[in-house]
Design a protein around this ligand. Sequence first.
Ligand SMILES: [Zn+2]
Length: 445
Amino acid sequence: MIKLIAFDNKTTLVLEKTKKLSLYLCGPTLYDHAHIGNLRGPILFDVLIKLLKTEGYDYRYYQNITDIDDKIIFQAQQKNQSEKTLTDYYFIHYQKLFQDINMLIPEFIKVTDFIPEIINFITKLLQKKAAYETDDGVYFDTQKIQYFHSASTKPKHLSNDLNKINLNKKHFADFALWKKKTSGKKWASPWGVGRPGWHTECVGLIDKIIGQTLDVHGGGNDLTFPHHFNEEIQFKTLYSQQPLAKFWLRNGFVNFAETKISKSNPQMLNKFLTKDFIQKYSANVLRFLFYLSPYHQDITLTDKLLTYSQHLESKVTNIFIQTRFYWFLQTKNTIYTLKEFDSKWWKKFLVCLKNNLNTTQALDVLIKIIKKINLFFVKKTNNEAFVLVNTLKKCLDVLGIKIQLISWDQQTLNEIKQWQKHLETKNYVKADCLRKILQQKKVLV
Ligand SMILES: [Zn+2]
């Protein structure tokens, strides 16, 4: 049973195994490379999806791609490119991150592929008299919607937010469904040329592609209001108060404390690009860094946290280095083929993730497994260690942690055989010398 619990404990969702689940994550706006905070939602969803797969659930996983927006138009003008050239470039890089971080690929939905459907969605809201047209666009009429006044998620400061005043709107909380535009990429509509407003894109896509209440809708905590709130009031208006999602899976921010990296490069203080991070550290370090905090909490990136995440990666890597080595000594085979695993530890690990994706507890289980494996290796009860290594591997797969060892060449194999011979003949000086070489090559730890 996989259970999701909202951080305020107000909502709990037990995911149903008997139906095809629908999951939707608010995706990126393609005007720049993604910084590491942008990847927290996709990595959280990836763990959930991998867990669903492991447990044999049926699902569809979508992520929208905002490929038209004021920021995109501005960037494209700055770079003297078309919006499409700009967004195609960043989309290729965004997809590469999914490969580099070992994430399952969602069904990506590009906004520009669904403009007629979004226009149709806005038309339905107009027909319901929940929207009105002005000189500069079509707006959602928040004051006509009973739900808007009763919604508990609406921030209290909203009524004082004078900055949002736009004289074309009836009420400052009303938001654009369609923006009439004369510059930048635009499409024809019953209300003149322009492009959709951001809050109507996601819900328009969900309405077209899923057509019903989602099981899980996600995004960062910062999207709760106004984005998710505005998405939901449109859906509820059209479908007699039917909720847009059964569960909102929202992740915390990544904040940047002053680290060694940011000291040497102040630009990185607020914007650590994911591609740079995984090149400097690794995708595994990024994942560990996220897993060390509950998903809904903010993370402050510090040297200590980075060092600990790196430490976890090397701890895990060392296990696989040792396993390959001992397996070779035992079987004379470089390919590890044992399939047996420890169901007790596997279950312990799964229980953590099934309980609201508790990755911090799941890491505790991993650390315990690693300690046990090391103990078995010390005691030279390798077969018991191998079974636990398989268990560890299964756990790491669900967490998307991929350990790649450098393969051995012929020279390395000869060195191992030579080392064994020196040990047999009690030539310990020469054996030690070879041991050091093998350790440097990360054949031994
Ligand atoms: Zn959205």
